[in-house]
Write a protein that binds this ligand. Sequence first.
Ligand SMILES: C[S@@+](CC[C@H](N)C(=O)[O-])C[C@H]1O[C@@H](n2cnc3c(N)ncnc32)[C@H](O)[C@@H]1O
Length: 382
Amino acid sequence: MTTETTPLNDILTARIARQGCITFADFMAACLYEPGLGYYTSPGRKVGAEGDFYTSITVHAAFGRVLAREIAQMWRSMGCPADFTLVECGAGNGRLACDIVDYLAEREPEMYRGLRLLLVEREPSLESAQRTMLAAHVDRLGWLSPDEFASGDFTFSGCLYSNELIDALPTHRVIMTSDGLKELYVTCTDGEFGEEPGEPSTPEIAACLKRVAVELHIGQQAEVNLNAPRWLASASKALRQGFILTIDYGYPAQELYTPRRKLGTLLCYYRHQTEENPFLRLGLQDITSHVDFTTLMTCGEELGLDTVWYGEQYRFLLSAGIIEEIEDIERTAVSDEEKLRLRLTLKKLILPDGGMGDTFKVLVQSRGVPAPGLLCQRRIGG
Ligand SMILES: C[S@@+](CC[C@H](N)C(=O)[O-])C[C@H]1O[C@@H](n2cnc3c(N)ncnc32)[C@H](O)[C@@H]1O
C-alpha cells in the first residue's frame, strides 16, 4: 500500500502542530479544496474514464436530457414565465449544464428564449472548460462564486440543481461512547495522521442528529455533514420561486445511521478504486460521504420549502421519460454499436441492482408552486 506524501502532508502537519488536532471537516476541506493542492482545486481530470470516478453525467447525455424534460415541466408548472433562471451548483466542467440546455434549445424554444444559466463552482479555473463546453449558449451564461451564491444578495426564480455536490462537502465525524457522543479529531504524530475522540467542536452536531431522531449505538461511528443544511439554507434564501433538485447518493437518516453501518459511509476514490483510509495520498484521492436526505427534507421544511418528491434515481428517470428519450435517440442512432451503448447506458443509470439506479436518490423541493404536477410525480408506466 502506497503512503505517497504530497505537499498537503507538510501543510496539515504544520497546521496541527500549531493549533492542535483539527476536526475531520477541516481536514477534508484541505484535502479537497486547499487552493492549488486540494483534490478539486488542483489540475487534472477527476470525473470519467481518465479520472477517479464516474458520475451519471459521464455515462450518457440522456441523463441531462431527462433532467431537462423535468425542468421544462417545472417551468410549465410556474405558468411558463418569460424569464427562468437555471442555477447549477458544483457544475464541474459544465457537461450536465450543456446536455440540459442543448435539450431546451432544441425542444423547448419558448422556454429557452428567456433562459439564464448560472454556474456555481468552487474551483474557479473550471470556468474556461465550462465556457468552451457551453459555447453555443454563451449569451445566456453567467457565473457566481460559492460566496456570492451564499451572500444573501443573490436571488432567482427557476430551478437550482446539483449532481454529487453534497457528498463532496466537508463532514464532521463522530463516535458514540459509553461517555456520550464524541467528535473524531485528526491528529498527527511523527508525520502519521490518525484520529482521536474529543468533545464535539459545536453543539450543532448533536442537534443535527436529534433533528432526525437518530441515536447512535455505543461504538458506532458516523458522519454529520453540517455543510449540507448550511448549503440548503443559502439555496433556500436565494430561491424566490421555483425548485431545488438535488441528486446524490445517500439514504434517509434511519437507514444512513443504522447500527449495521458501524463505521459510517466515508469513502475515498482513486483511479476507480475505492479506499477507506482518508489519510493516504492527501489531495490526490477524492473523499466523500453519503447524504442524509432526511436532514435536507426536514431543514427544507423548516426553511419554508415544500418536499415535492424524494426517491431512487431510477424511479425519477423512468417517470421523467428516460425510455422515451432513449427511443428518440435510438431513432437517430444509426450504428449497432451506438444502439448497444444506449442499452448499456440505460442499464447503468436505472437498474436497481445496487448501482447508480438505487444508491442515487433525487430530492425535489419547491417554493411558491402549489401542486406542481411534475413528471416524477406520475406513476411509473401510468
Ligand atoms: C463530485 S464533483 C461533481 C461534479 C459534477 N456535478 C458531476 O456530477 O460530474 C463536486 C463538485 O462540486 C464542487 N463544489 C464543492 N463545494 C462547492 C460549493 N460550495 N459550491 C459550488 N461548487 C462546489 C467541487 O469543486 C466539484 O467540482
